[in-house]
Design a binder for this molecule. Structure first.
Ligand code: RAM
Length: 330
């Protein structure tokens, strides 16, 4: 570390040299939307698993306190200054991070996005958790199921208004909702992946729409906050919460009936896969190409589309029949 530091002071040439030392540790930054989010803590666990398997990897798990692009840009600039080898980012904005990430790539840092993507020019590849159209359709199906064959009002409680992943899923939701005539989408609000704001937004949705039947929250923070609001206010069975959640945070809500069913992919695997991909790109073992594949280690390969994006795995549905099994894992 001392060696790298003194080289860094030596100027741009030294920096470029230090980016690919012959036989040193590969430092991979897992830059997440926000810290204090259990979903990303689980992804960081997966990153550590990959690091242990790869053997010569150090993980820097980092992110802003609030899920903003400004906070992430500041961190990217500091990661560039630290001369990390790779950045795997879950982006708070697809475009705002591009200039900083381009600068990172110019300095020889491998850059990928995972979970919430960056525009193509700002990264070498983008790892979706699951294909966006599968997630979008899954969210409508979950809402439809909760309506139990009756028409009803449904609202979406999302993360931030600039989140690439949630916005893509909501777009698909709107595209396919016409095929589910019982689902009447009334509004979309944003809790910014903050517990307190999501709780207040859930209250706002319910207060302003006395006939609201279902809240769909495609965010682990939002779904837990909405289910808590419903529970605290004696609304279980009147307003049903569903969406994307962490089994460990949702087990009690599944059992109480506040959120009987929801979906997600394995967040530990997502962090693992992102780390393996970032490592292989940073060390020159693999290159991302349209139509090509990249290794996700023990999880198999991801196939890249024309935008150099590809999915890790399909979404999985949780309910009373399996929640205990998964709640102890993530
Ligand atoms: C939140 C974040 C994350 C998303 C999950 C479902 O934790 O917004 O990006 O993938 O929810």
């Amino acid at each position: 570390m001392k060696f790298l530091k003194s080289l860094a002071i030596g100027g741009a040439m030294a920096l470029a040299f230090a980016a690919q030392p012959a036989s040193a540790e590969t430092t991979i930054a897992l830059l997440v939307k926000n810290l204090g989010n259990g979903f990303f803590d689980a992804a960081a666990k997966g990153a550590e698993q990959a690091a242990a398997e790869l053997g010569d990897v150090t993980i820097i798990y980092t992110g802003p306190t609030a899920a903003t692009p400004e906070g992430q840009i500041e961190i990217i600039n500091s990661l560039i200054a630290q001369n990390v080898n790779a950045i795997a980012v879950s982006a708070n904005d697809a475009d705002a991070l591009v200039p900083a990430l381009k600068k990172a790539m110019e300095r020889g840092i491998a850059v990928i996005s995972f979970d919430s993507g960056v525009a193509a020019e700002g990264r070498q590849m983008n790892l979706y958790a699951s294909a966006p159209d599968q997630i979008g359709e899954k969210l409508v199906q979950l809402a439809d199921e909760q309506l139990g064959g009756q028409p009803g009002n449904v609202a979406i409680l999302s993360a931030t208004s600039t989140a690439t992943n949630q916005n893509a899923w909501i777009e698909i939701f709107k595209d396919v909702v016409g095929n589910y005539p019982n689902v009447n989408l009334t509004s979309v609000v944003y809790g910014d992946d903050k517990q307190d704001k999501s709780y207040t937004e859930a209250k706002g949705l319910i207060d302003s729409n006395p006939n609201l039947r279902v809240i769909v929250a495609p965010t682990t923070v939002g779904i837990a906050a909405a289910a808590q609001y419903v529970t605290d206010n004696g609304l279980i069975g009147k307003v049903i919460v569903t969406g994307l959640g962490l089994p460990s945070e949702m087990a009690a809500h599944v059992k109480s009936g506040a959120a009987p069913t929801f979906a997600l992919w394995n967040p530990i695997d997502l962090g693992y896969a992102a780390t393996v991909i970032a490592y292989n790109l940073a060390t020159g073992k693999e290159t991302a190409a349209a139509g090509g594949e990249l290794s996700m280690g023990k999880l198999g390969n991801v196939t890249l589309d024309d935008t150099l994006s590809g999915p890790m795995a399909p979404p999985f549905t949780f309910d009373a029949s399996n929640i205990d099994e998964f709640a102890v894992i993530y």
